[in-house]
Design a protein around this ligand. Structure first.
Ligand code: F0G
Length: 461
């Protein structure tokens, strides 16, 4: 709909069922976050007013998807929902071979075990928490090869997710191509602020990796959102459809790992998919060890049906325009209010720049963790830390990683919140910003071994 581009991003759906929210007092929330060790992951969801912890599995499904749940074929083997999903993945992503998994990290686990040997290096356009951990558990070392601008929250580069080809070539020279089984390419890049990678960059990556016999594994978890940015920003793509752009991007890769809990508008699910018959044989053999038979991979038949139907809806232009439009709406309001955020605004979230928000709280006092707690106390809006806590420790030295980006992510569940909710988010962040001088940082009092951000506990310094 060409003319609709001049109109508001208004939602292409209406609300048929509602879920009441509990409204709490400031005193209640102060107690709740203290009991949760100042970690928003440890709050009870019923104590949250607007939940922006993640866009993962928090989507509202459509009546068409809910109807599909009733058509679950719960056979152990060969469920018809698997074949429906397989044909939808082939149609929209292009991969002929599909292996479902219970969620994204299930796919990462299997892929890492198959492709990585101890001592290997895996370059990537910035790390993602679970992706890097599975690479490390398989004996690999992650190497960040994203462009420098990705680490600068103020850089307006339209494709901050791009790989720095020079950094990749340096790594190949240094360790040798035989020690690099694949490059891990995320579209969009979550930890950089939901920033897209350009088609041009992926095309160049394919040329370089082909020369060296290195595979490309795409993390296509939010690749449809990435396709939308390519359509809007990259020369030559304005008249292409989202599935056309998606298929072109996937065609440059060898395989993909996907968390379906994002783009695919469901509450659970993931998959591995590939063009490579031999790799597929390995995927479908190992999946039976960790997830389930290769035609269900840890999912119920009905979940696969909801994924197939969600994919059909997710590729609709009107859907994506409203999805990204809502995130942009909040981002623009934050900028107007003078709040420091990562620009350009990303696909799935608005990221607050905690270092500029609280210049008086050093990173070692967990600046972003503190900010997420303060926002919750102010309004019951739940956000997530994406800074030093999420970055974890170097497995070799045991020291904290000190990421340049110390961010709080306000992540948007798809099709869940209204524009008035959006206004509350901005008002709340604004009120914390106005009172920022009086806030104290945090100290770590409990730290689990893996993915510490999920369960770590803090106290006020
Ligand atoms: N890759 C990316 C880019 C992700 O954002 C995630 C999850 C995963 C892989 C892992 O998928 O959760 O289904 O096992 N991201 C969530 C988030 C958790 O909040 O950003 P999963």
């Amino acid at each position: 709909m060409a003319e609709s581009r001049h109109r508001s991003w208004a939602e292409p759906y209406k609300i048929k069922m509602v879920e009441p929210l509990k409204v709490t007092t400031r005193e209640y929330r102060e107690q709740a976050i203290k009991e949760a060790g100042y970690n928003t992951f440890l709050l009870r969801s019923e104590d949250v007013y607007i939940d922006l912890l993640t866009d993962s599995g928090t989507n509202a499904m459509s009546d068409y998807q809910w109807a599909g749940l009733m058509l679950g074929d719960e056979a152990y083997a060969g469920s018809k929902n698997f074949y429906h999903l397989e044909s939808a993945v082939k149609k929209y992503y292009g991969y002929p071979y599909l292996v479902p998994t219970h969620q994204g990290r299930g796919a990462e686990h299997i892929l890492s075990k198959i492709l990585i040997k101890p001592g290997d290096f895996i370059p990537g356009n910035m790390y993602f928490t679970t992706t890097r951990l599975h690479q490390e558990l398989a004996g690999g070392t992650f190497v960040d090869v994203i462009i420098d601008e990705a680490h600068d929250p103020t850089s307006l580069n339209p494709f901050k997710g791009n790989v720095d080809l020079g950094k990749l070539e340096d790594l190949i020279k240094k360790v040798g191509a035989s020690k690099i089984p694949y490059i891990s390419v995320a579209a969009t890049v979550n930890m950089a602020g939901g920033q897209p990678i350009s088609m041009e960059n992926v095309r160049q990556l394919r040329e370089i990796t082909k020369k060296h016999g290195i595979k490309i594994v795409l993390d296509a978890t939010r690749a449809l959102e990435n396709a939308f940015f390519i359509q809007r920003r990259e020369p030559g793509y304005a008249s292409k459809t989202l599935p056309e752009i998606l298929r072109e991007m996937c065609a440059y890769s060898d395989a993909t790992t996907v968390s379906a809990k994002k783009d695919l508008l469901v509450n659970i699910g993931g998959f591995l998919a590939t063009f490579d018959r031999d790799l597929f044989e390995e995927f479908r053999n190992l999946v039976v060890v960790y997830e389930g038979l290769h035609t269900y991979g840890g999912l119920a038949g009905r979940d696969m049906e909801a994924m197939a139907r969600g994919l059909e809806e997710a590729v609709q232009e009107d859907h994506m325009r409203a999805r990204i439009g809502q995130v942009e709406y909040v981002g623009e309001k934050m900028i107007t209010a003078g709040i420091p955020i990562v620009v350009p605004v990303g696909g799935h979230a608005v990221f607050l720049d905690a270092k500029r928000f609280f210049p008086n709280i050093p990173q070692i006092e967990f600046t972003a963790q503190t900010l997420a707690a303060e926002i919750y106390i102010d309004s019951g809006v739940r956000a997530m830390e994406r800074g030093i806590v999420s970055a974890g420790r170097d497995p070799k030295t045991g020291d904290h990683y000190h990421p340049k980006l110390e961010l709080v992510r306000l992540t948007f569940p798809r099709r869940v919140y209204t524009q008035a909710h959006c206004d509350v988010m901005v008002e709340s962040v604004q009120s914390v910003f106005e009172n920022r001088g009086s806030v104290r940082g945090l100290k770590l009092v409990y730290e689990p071994k893996y993915l510490r951000f999920f369960q770590a506990r803090f106290e006020r310094v």
